[in-house]
Design a protein around this ligand. Structure first.
Ligand code: F6R
Length: 244
């Protein structure tokens, strides 16, 4: 695991963008695994800048998002589909047919997950997977206790995740209690993983990721075993890490 320590969120976003620019230069038809949440917003904004400056094109890029809330249609402002289009896809030249998100209102969740897996097998593997981390160590929406071998599946969200995500909704009652998420086994098939960690709230999680054991109680810990993981974290997030 390569650790990059940066001063603050602005530098984190810059470094994440630099990572993308360098890696994408070497891939002609990249497949990206993308995350939502607060952490990658700055990365997407920086990539849009690069696109506007004609330094990069996404015409031949394919994307797969990590997860989606159950019960929210793509046009719902809190859906991850809406987030991705608002914050990234609408501002770049990626063809809509290259964009893949789980359908949170699919009639049959199991079938939806299996179809997503099949599509990833067909179009993948993912070249670069962007990840954030939950305060409880979740990656995607894989909560503590999820098997490391899990594939794309229906997830019951933990109380702590619902609370953490309530900031995006008008009230906590509106936060969906279930989601569809790539499994941990699915995520690990990406050739390279970029984990972004920002802020004091994530300090405990980052310390456990770096100093702790590999254990299904802490989903992100399995990243220690992946051959190509880069972690970019700011000083606030590094606050509790012991390893030099
Ligand atoms: C989002 C996702 C989640 C988030 C995590 C951190 O697609 O899969 O695992 O990455 O909850 O969220 P933020 O960045 O909002 O702190």
């Amino acid at each position: 695991m390569k650790l990059i320590r940066v001063k603050d969120y602005a530098e984190l976003s810059e470094q994440a963008c630099a990572y993308f620019m360098e890696r994408l230069a070497a891939i002609s038809n990249p497949v990206l695994g993308l995350a939502t949440g607060s952490t990658p917003e700055g990365l997407y904004a920086k990539l849009i800048e690069k696109y506007n400056n004609k330094e990069i094109s996404f015409k031949h890029t394919t994307t797969f998002n990590l997860d989606e809330y159950v019960g929210l249609p793509p046009e719902d402002v809190n859906s991850y589909s809406y987030y991705m289009h608002e914050k990234f896809f609408h501002h770049i030249d990626i063809p809509e047919e290259n964009v893949h998100l789980l359908n949170g209102v699919a009639e049959d969740a199991k079938k939806e997950c299996e179809a997503y897996e099949a599509l990833m097998q067909k179009l993948g593997p993912v070249d670069i997977q962007v990840l954030g981390i939950g305060e409880n160590g979740h990656i995607g929406f894989n909560e503590p206790g999820t098997p490391f071998s899990s594939r794309t599946h229906l997830v019951n969200l933990n109380e702590s995740t619902i609370k953490a995500n309530a900031r995006f909704f008008d009230s906590i009652e509106e936060v969906p209690t279930q989601a569809l998420s790539m499994g941990i086994g699915t995520i690990l098939e990406a050739k390279a993983i970029l984990l972004l960690v920002s802020g004091e709230k994530k300090a405990e999680a980052l310390a456990r990721l770096i100093d702790g054991e590999v254990n299904e109680d802490f989903p992100a810990s399995i990243l220690q075993k992946h051959p190509d993981v880069t972690v970019i974290a700011d000083e606030a997030a590094f606050g509790k890490v012991r390893r030099k």
